[in-house]
Design a protein around this ligand. Structure first.
Ligand SMILES: [Zn+2]
Length: 284
């Protein structure tokens, strides 16, 4: 129940929406591939849950990319999510990193960047400075500044699960005081409920007096978009000379995917094939 799933509902009279997500295998797949210091693991899990909550509005084959770009020891936390629910993400940092650091002390300030891309390749990007000391407050600030959509977020992570809860206004007319009432009801959610209470029970506990319309749930999973074909395209774009130099120095061209740790190796023959004539000797 609820595993790697997003539950969502509308409040038609309040022109608002609510979404609850629990990421289990998706989250564990990311933790299996990299060891993160605890403070960074928490930020990564919170950004993962937030991206799933926000990706539930992207259409068809669109994609969402949510990034924290820091200026301090933590330079990047990035999460990608497709409309099909495929997610991947990573963090980049430099040691030493404090074990209890909050968002501001880890990043030393920086930016939140949200990019959505349509299936046709059209990109929209919103950027705000990192205001606030948690992923939730930074995103609430983003929606206030950049989208003018009042939004509340609650995020919680453990080694097993990344959970998130979102309450957001939608454009349109609303009953007077309905937003205040929903906020008031929502903020009684506890960390424990967010992590463990089954979604239907949680929504019932919070909103049983409201008129609420359930929408189709959405599934998520870890999937990395890297492939031999994509790596090949990058190598070709770098050019034959650079590949020849690497071959000469290292004996092979080796590419590691930072998201999933997949290793792609190319020997002299592979590289020769990439650049056309397989019979012609590469190194003179
Ligand atoms: Zn990969």
């Amino acid at each position: 129940m609820d595993q790697d799933q997003l539950t969502r509902a509308l409040f038609p009279e309040a022109s608002s929406r609510v979404a609850l997500v629990r990421l289990d295998e998706t989250w564990q797949a990311m933790l299996e591939r990299h060891h993160y210091p605890p403070a960074i693991q928490t930020l990564l899990g919170e950004l993962l849950a937030a991206a799933a909550l926000l990706a539930s509005t992207i259409k068809n084959d669109g994609r969402l990319n949510l990034e924290i770009r820091g200026e301090g020891a933590l330079s990047l936390v990035t999460i990608e999510c497709g409309a099909n629910g495929e997610m991947r993400g990573l963090a980049r940092w430099q040691e030493p990193i404090s074990t209890e650091g909050d968002l501001q002390s880890l990043t030393g300030g920086g930016l939140l960047v949200m990019t959505t891309e349509t299936a046709a390749g059209k990109r929209y990007q919103g950027i705000v400075s990192l205001e606030g000391n948690s992923v939730a407050t930074v995103l609430e600030h983003y929606f206030r500044e950049s989208e003018q959509l009042p939004t509340r977020l609650w995020l919680s992570t453990s080694d097993q699960r990344a959970s998130g809860f979102l309450l957001q206004q939608l454009p349109g007319e609303r009953e007077a005081d309905s937003w205040e009432r929903l906020q008031h009801l929502s903020q009684t959610i506890t960390d424990e409920e967010l992590q463990t209470l089954p979604a239907p029970e949680l929504l019932h506990r919070l909103y049983h007096q409201e008129s609420m319309q359930m929408l189709q749930p959405q599934d998520f999973r870890f999937h990395c978009r890297c492939s031999a074909e994509r790596v090949t395209r990058v190598l070709v774009s770098l050019g034959r000379r650079e590949m020849e130099e690497t071959l000469e120095q290292e004996g092979e061209v080796k590419v590691d995917c930072e998201f999933c740790n997949q290793v792609y190796r190319f020997d002299e023959e592979d590289i020769a094939r990439l650049f056309g004539d397989p019979n012609e000797p590469m190194v003179h």
